[in-house]
Design a protein around this ligand. Structure first.
Ligand code: PLP
Length: 400
């Protein structure tokens, strides 16, 4: 009999979205007259289709596979140079220098933020914010790693800062944040980089929502902070930037400067380790997808994506306006598709979920699903249509 990885016994059931679906189904069955009215503002998935440049490129790439001269078999595990160079050029446009060799193409920030745990030994102390995107907690729990939490609260605007009394080896940061929509400033990221360097820690920086940042002084990459290449890995994705949630394309930057000393004194390059890991366990993102993804990074391609992002951000503004008018505390919405607010009347988040569904037929995401500190908060997303978002917020406005 195989001995199983019993750490899986410690992974909590991922019941958040299943429980939301269950409660909505029960409500719809009990109120068939109202079921057509239900508006879903809970999902973290995009609704706008792929852009014209991407669709044209996908067609072109598919056709190229029908001709032996342009047919592609296995590609480089790290990704094709044409797209790694395009990503480095995209960083440069945002004022950050990244070596194309440090860019690894993948099929999702979820896979990479999960798989990266393999590079680190079991006895590391992992610092994870609460509330948080659940993948960081679950993947480290599967590995049997020691997790400590840092509190996101209203007082710190759900942006926990380093605490010198805590000694961590690996730190997860996500900015703009899912679920809170909060975004670190450059000074705050510098404090994290300083902490990491002082403690010889590594920062795993999830920047999947960087394209939603519109305030120019906010950093879109941790590498905007000097010295970050010596202590940080950055994860990015086209899922929300370009609507690739179903198409699948992401990239991870593992700088060559990221070098730590092993127990026997050997210098180990994290870049080389990740390269070895990917070359061994991954055979690359499909050529067709990489070809289309490269178009996202052209001026025309990015302008089209920005139109979709502006569309979502207009929804975020509609949501934020109503919350402001009602005097409800919230964060996010400006540089992010997520709005995170305090449940009115001291309700707990599942109680508020039921209340909103019953009385306004609006579905959101209870903050409790993202951690203990979320239990009195609620997430709405801007990924719906203008019409539905407006209608949902008019109902919300009438309710409170
Ligand atoms: C913070 C964060 N990181 C990563 C991901 C996953 O991205 P991908 O679709 O590239 O796997 C998500 C998706 O919701 C996310 O919210």
């Amino acid at each position: 009999m195989p001995r199983l990885n019993e750490n899986y016994l410690n992974v909590k059931d991922s019941y958040l979205f299943a429980e939301i679906a269950r409660r909505v189904k029960v409500y719809e069955e009990e109120h068939p007259d109202k079921s057509a009215n239900v508006i879903r503002l809970g999902i973290g998935d995009v609704t706008r289709p792929l852009t014209k440049s991407v669709i044209n490129a996908l067609h072109e790439a598919v056709d190229s596979q029908a001709v032996s001269e342009t047919f592609k078999g296995y590609g480089p595990e790290q990704g094709y140079d044409f797209v790694r160079n395009a990503i480095a050029a995209y960083y440069a446009k945002n004022g950050v220098e990244v070596d194309p060799d440090a860019v690894f193409i993948s099929d999702g920030a979820k896979s990479d933020t999960g798989n990266i745990t393999e590079l680190f030994a079991k006895d590391n102390t992992i610092l994870i914010p609460d509330p948080v995107y659940p993948v960081y907690v679950d993947t480290n729990t599967m590995d049997g790693k020691n997790i400590i939490y840092m509190n996101g609260t209203e007082e710190n605007n759900f942006l926990p800062m380093p605490d010198d009394s805590v000694k961590a080896d690996i730190i997860y940061l996500c900015s703009p944040n899912n679920p809170t929509g909060a975004c670190y400033t450059k000074d705050q990221l510098k404090a994290w980089v300083d902490y990491a360097k002082k403690n010889e820690a590594v920062i795993l920086y999830d920047s999947a929502y960087e394209a939603f940042i519109s305030e120019p002084e906010l950093p879109r990459s941790i590498y905007a902070v000097e010295g970050a290449k010596e202590c940080a890995i950055e994860f990015c994705s086209l899922s929300k930037t370009a609507g690739f949630t179903g198409t699948r394309f992401s990239y991870t930057v593992v700088p060559k400067e990221l070098v730590f000393t092993s127990s026997n004194g050997t210098k180990m390059s994290v870049h080389d380790m990740w390269n070895r890991r990917q070359s061994t366990k991954f055979n690359g993102t499909p050529y067709i997808i990489q070809y289309a993804a490269a178009k996202v990074f052209t001026d025309e391609g990015m302008a089209e994506c920005m139109e979709n992002i502006s569309y979502y951000k207009e929804n975020a503004r509609l949501i934020a306006d109503v919350l402001s008018k009602k005097g409800i505390w919230f964060t996010g919405g400006v540089n992010s598709p997520y709005i995170w607010f305090k449940c009115p009347n001291d309700m707990e988040s599942w109680e508020f979920f039921d209340y909103l569904l019953e009385n306004a037929q609006v579905v959101g995401t209870p903050g409790a699903g993202f951690g203990e500190n979320g239990k009195n908060y609620f997430r709405l997303t801007a990924f719906g249509s203008h019409e539905k978002t407006k209608e949902a917020m008019e109902r919300f406005d009438r309710l409170f």
